[in-house]
Design a protein around this ligand. Sequence first.
Ligand SMILES: Nc1ncnc2c1ncn2[C@@H]1O[C@H](COP(=O)(O)OP(=O)(O)OP(=O)(O)O)[C@@H](O)[C@H]1O
Ligand SMILES: [Mg+2]
Length: 478
Amino acid sequence: MFLRNRLATKTSALEPATGRSSPPPRPPLGTSSQAPSGRLPLASSSLPAATPGHRPPDGRMQLKAEVHRRLVEDLRRRGLDETATEAELRQAIGEVMDQTAASGRPLGRTERDRLVEEVYNDVLGLGPLEPLLADDDISEVMVNGPFDVFVERSGRIERAVVRFADEAHLRRIIDRIVSRVGRRIDDASPMCDARLVDGSRVNAIIPPLAIDGSVLTIRKFRKDPLKITDLLELGSLSGAMGEFLEAAVAAKLNVLISGGTGTGKTTLLNVLSAFIPGGERLITIEDAAELQLQQEHVIRLETRPGNVEGSGRVDQAELLRNSLRMRPDRIILGEVRGPEALTMLQAMNTGHEGSLATVHANTTRDALARLETMVLMAGMELPLRAIREQVASALDVIVQIERGQDGRRRVVGITEVVGMEGETIMLQEIYGFRKEGVREDGSVRGSFRAAGIRPKCADRLERAGLGLASDHWLAANQ
Ligand SMILES: Nc1ncnc2c1ncn2[C@@H]1O[C@H](COP(=O)(O)OP(=O)(O)OP(=O)(O)O)[C@@H](O)[C@H]1O
Ligand SMILES: [Mg+2]
């Protein structure tokens, strides 16, 4: 096969077997990006009011607030209702802006256009967040109350220049986001997961739970998802690791991806899923659908939170149980986080091979410990030894990823689960990353290494016709 040959010949064989180019992300369930015929839903009640914030508003803020106030009257006068088009609205904002500014400090053309854009974003879009969402170098947006906005850019966290007028302004934007997916956030339910129209994952939590103001965290959806070739170029894993993972997924080994928060688990899961041969029936189960599988035969399931009374909730365990009756060839579990762990292990042990999942854990051993705890949460009162036996016989390979101090995400270990010895699950590292130091520019110096042993699963790869060359396992040959 494999990766290296493919890379060398610069073919796009790593593209999905169907040969389709990446489809645009499907709009999330329950969202509509725009009202039909280009008319935009305009909620005049959501216009930011001219209320002063905790900090005194500057001149621009005052001008914007005044424009907002006048805009409502102006739209009413013009007979523009809730369904004003984008163009009508922009024009109205421009005119109101000119009238309002005429009585104060003169505005330059660029400044005026920027203000029109900002007011437009406040009225219809996501306000100060819009420029951050439009910036492709930003992968995460973190709003810690109205005045502190941070972003992750190229793996590093930095402060953004934007801010909200006040807490009420931030809350209006949050309300707009969550109401679009038919959810709400208020005293009764002060935390909420939602998604933007483009598929970006959003979490919001409001006071009093969030002590210093509402907090919004947005994991931006990549329009162009990372592929294995990107990860290799980014130095996230070695070519040999990539070849092994490709063979392991194609040969239907059960693979668990483990890593801390934001280390790239979902991204790696997505990348590995591209190695699943076409023609298989795949079922994905996620809390918030993020995976972008390229295969033709994919069924996507997503959990549902309960309503205010707490009824109607459907969790991953239920979806997983249901999916077993849907004739899956493979089950892909976005993140194992609770009692579904037991069902997952049972499924892996009863013929649903080639399952892929991620788990939130900082080391490979921790990943095992977390699985044990999650199985205990299922309430079956299994003895620990029985749980460990399930884990040991279900899992074949654990991939550990980390975000280094230089912001780079790396596969720091690929470990085989070899069995049990007494009460202990035996692990054997196949590849690792050895850190050697930190350069002056802060980047980490180190290298990917093979442990130099031929793993037990090498036989399975061979039986599946996916064997790797015998020198592949040599420590020197990475
Ligand atoms: N190897 C990589 N190199 C550079 N950026 C990456 C890499 N993997 C993931 N990313 C980026 O890092 C961010 C987090 O990735 P991802 O959502 O996959 O993490 P996660 O571990 O699943 O996070 P969470 O714990 O929140 O579910 C995304 O913006 C993604 O595009
Ligand atoms: Mg994730």
